[in-house]
Design a protein around this ligand. Structure first.
Ligand code: PMP
Length: 301
């Protein structure tokens, strides 16, 4: 859980979070068209630093382009806005959330006035520390929306309704989260996380095309290659997930959560040895203590 910091960057100015609102009858709440991205910041020896902020902003800009929301700020300005809210919140760890939405107060499907508003907020975490191993449910009929409906690359609010309903079903069945399948019945991703398994010493994650290009996913792949591990982006069946040596989910908010069980069947270890090594190297990268990945950090300056 995370709580919004007192000051939010809204269209170029820092304002109290309570004033950073959007119209009830507007497009964002009525049609779910708001586009967002979530990054993070962490303590380093040089003070708090944003982790892969440029990649989060680039994905945010791409999501807005897909949905057709114009952005009045360039990538540099959006990174600077994040730096300003992180500096203002006076904490050394948390999330940062970029949002863009139609300014119009009416919910016409195609807004007549395409003007947009942009907000950037720091969010402070209530529970810090490593996530507990997750019990995962997989249902044959809980699928990701097909990419022909809306590109999985767009982080739009509306894309999360199906996954939210699937997670509720998983929780009702006694699990912690759900893994959604693609149109072929293979593993796609969790509602807000990518999926990895370790099988016979090889790290495997579903290829891009049906999943959000997770920035943690990309970082884990880069770290694994740097460690000399064998890595594959490939099709992954639910059976291969359930019988993996190790499995974990990746997301900015986790960032690496071991999978304890799949549909009630326990995996051999959670976290397993390769997962534990990746967690340790990943945390080093976030703290600026991994020499190969120092360029991932944006210091507050
Ligand atoms: N898939 C989906 C659908 C997500 O919402 C997220 C969270 N942004 C992820 C994967 C993980 O992405 P990231 O590692 O960039 O947070």
């Amino acid at each position: 859980m995370a709580i919004t910091a007192p000051l939010v960057w809204l269209d170029g100015a820092l304002v109290p979070a309570a004033d950073a609102t959007l119209p009830l009858m507007g497009h964002a709440p009525q049609r779910g068209s708001l586009v967002f991205d979530v990054g993070s910041f962490h303590p380093t020896t040089k003070g708090p630093a944003l982790f892969r902020a440029r990649e989060h902003v680039a994905r945010f800009v791409n999501s807005a382009r897909i949905v057709g929301l114009s952005l009045a700020y360039d990538e540099e300005a959006l990174v600077r806005a994040a730096v300003s809210v992180v500096r203002e919140c006076r904490r050394d760890e948390g999330l940062v959330r970029w949002s863009v939405f139609f300014a119009a107060a009416e919910p016409d499907l195609l807004p007549r006035d395409g003007a947009t508003r942009v907000a950037v907020a720091a969010q402070l975490l209530q529970d810090t520390g490593r996530p507990k191993p997750l019990r995962i449910a997989v249902f044959d009929d809980a699928r990701k929306a097909s990419p022909d409906v809306l590109s999985p690359e767009a982080k739009a609010a509306a894309s999360y309704l199906g996954p939210m309903i699937a997670r509720r079903r998983a929780v009702a069945s006694g699990a912690d989260d759900v893994v959604l399948l693609d149109r072929d019945g293979d593993v796609a991703e969790a509602p807000i996380a990518n999926v990895f398994v370790v099988r016979g010493g090889t790290l495997v994650t579903p290829s891009l095309g049906y999943v959000l290009p997770g920035i943690t996913r990309d970082a884990v792949l880069a770290i694994a290659r740097d460690e000399g591990l064998s890595v594959q982006e490939a099709k992954l069946s639910p059976e291969a997930l359930a019988t993996a040596d190790e499995a974990f989910l990746t997301a900015t908010s986790l960032p690496i959560a071991p999978v304890a069980s799949v549909n009630g069947r326990a995996l051999a270890s959670a976290p397993g040895p390769i997962t534990a090594r990746l967690v340790e190297r990943f945390e080093a990268a976030q703290r600026g203590a991994h020499p190969s990945f120092a360029h991932w950090l944006t210091h507050l300056g």
